[in-house]
Design a protein around this ligand. Structure first.
Ligand code: KG4
Ligand code: ZN
Length: 382
């Protein structure tokens, strides 16, 4: 692979990156974790996006017996269905490969086996069909999804909450991200998943906890509100998850009502902590990210599908004079439409990657960000 160079589109020849002003159609591929997805997205000359197809296949049935995502099973499952999903995405969009302007695939962060499946597939198609390749950062794709769904352009404040990451960032421009807060231990999605597991709920844990929480009493268990009032807008969820474990052990065996009350109490603690941390970020960065009257707060990533969290953030936005944005529920979790869109955004700005683009299992959005004080190894990579 190292010796190959990507075919370049006619517009990009003759020097450095050149912005493209015409409409663009990009095929996207997502294989970084436990969803296999292929999508086709169009970006018109005015910068507006339209999803022509977005096929997502979850691997949860394969992972469920093991209580979590098994990397080898994930990689194999991607291999088994990716070709078929790409074909379906192209058929649904009603396009031939010749009509594509580029092929984009997630290159990181994520599980190395899955990333290789997606990126090598994209490289092969780019080579065979003589199309530009875009190696996409999965976190950037979550960050930019609101551009596709709401037409929202930077600058905005972003709360990125997924299975592997929990961060507050200022999105200053496409490609320019400044991290101002992160978790010092577990990611929020991870905390939902671990809480679900210890309460005997099925994976993926976030939706299961949310469903049980809707039937529970959030005031029954007095759980901690991690990091409340701290000066820096960092997060911590490991202690909260342990507090749930102790509360559960104290009343075992658990009835369904006990589980519902524990879920509701956990979710309320999460929401209060996240709101406090996000408010802090707004206070710190109101002037920096919002030189214009319009201020925007965006939530993205798998946990952004949590309705209690969305409601709490809507309230916070109103209180602070911000406009609240979140992708529709089906585009919060992992999907290839966001990868294709990010590819189109980068291509429009003149960005193209070589066929030697590496997979990057660790790939921070803000490479200059220092680990949050008190962060362990996980916090350092988040
Ligand atoms: O972004 P995503 O699909 O994958 C990663 O990039 O990590 O996020 C997956 C995470 C999982 O931890 C899942 O439990 C969580 O998002 N999640 C939720 C909800 N839906 C998915 N967490 C809380 N409430 C939900 N409704
Ligand atoms: Zn994700």
């Amino acid at each position: 692979m190292a010796a190959m160079t990507a075919p370049r589109p006619a517009e990009a020849t003759g020097g450095g990156p050149q912005p493209r002003s015409a409409g663009l159609i990009v095929l996207g591929i997502e294989t970084s974790c436990d969803e296999t997805s292929a999508a086709v997205v169009m970006r018109d000359a005015a910068g507006c996006g339209r999803i022509l197809s977005n096929i997502v296949r979850s691997q949860w049935e394969q992972h469920r017996p093991f209580g979590g995502v098994v990397p080898e099973i994930a990689a194999r499952a991607h291999v088994e269905c990716l070709d078929q999903l790409i074909e379906e995405a192209m058929r649904t969009a009603g396009l031939s490969f010749a009509e594509l302007d580029a092929i984009a695939a997630t290159a990181g962060p994520g599980l190395i086996g899955g990333l290789m499946v997606g990126l090598v597939t994209a490289k092969t198609m780019a080579l065979v069909h003589a199309k530009p390749l875009l190696a996409i950062n999965h976190l950037e794709a979550h960050a930019l999804t609101v551009g596709l769904t709401d037409g929202l352009a930077p600058p905005y404040l972003l709360l990125l909450v997924s299975g592997g990451h929990t961060q507050l960032l200022t999105v200053e421009a496409v490609g320019k991200y400044h991290r101002i807060g992160s978790t010092i231990d577990d990611a929020l999605g991870e905390a939902f998943d671990k809480t679900a597991k210890l309460l005997g709920l099925p994976m993926p844990g976030g939706p299961a906890v949310e469903k049980m929480a809707s039937k529970g009493d959030q005031h029954r268990f007095a759980l901690p509100r991690p990091m409340l009032g701290r000066a820096e807008p960092h997060f911590s969820f490991a202690g909260l998850k342990t507090a749930v474990r102790h509360a559960a052990l104290g009343i075992a065996p658990l009835s369904e009502t006990d589980v519902a009350d524990l879920c509701a109490s956990f979710q309320a603690a999460v929401a209060e902590s996240v709101i406090d941390r996000t408010r802090r970020a707004m206070e710190m960065h109101a002037t920096k990210i919002a030189p214009l009257p319009a201020r925007h707060i965006v939530v993205a990533g798998g946990v952004a599908a949590n309705l209690a969290l969305r409601e709490a953030l809507t309230g916070l936005a109103a209180e602070q004079g911000y406009e609240f944005h979140a992708p529709p529920l089906n585009l919060c979790g992992d999907n290839a439409a966001m990868i294709a869109w990010t590819g189109a955004e980068r291509l429009a700005a003149g960005g193209i990657d070589g066929l030697n683009a590496p997979v990057r299992p660790r790939w921070p959005l803000d490479a200059t960000a220092q680990p949050a004080l008190g962060a362990g190894a996980k916090g350092a990579k988040a």
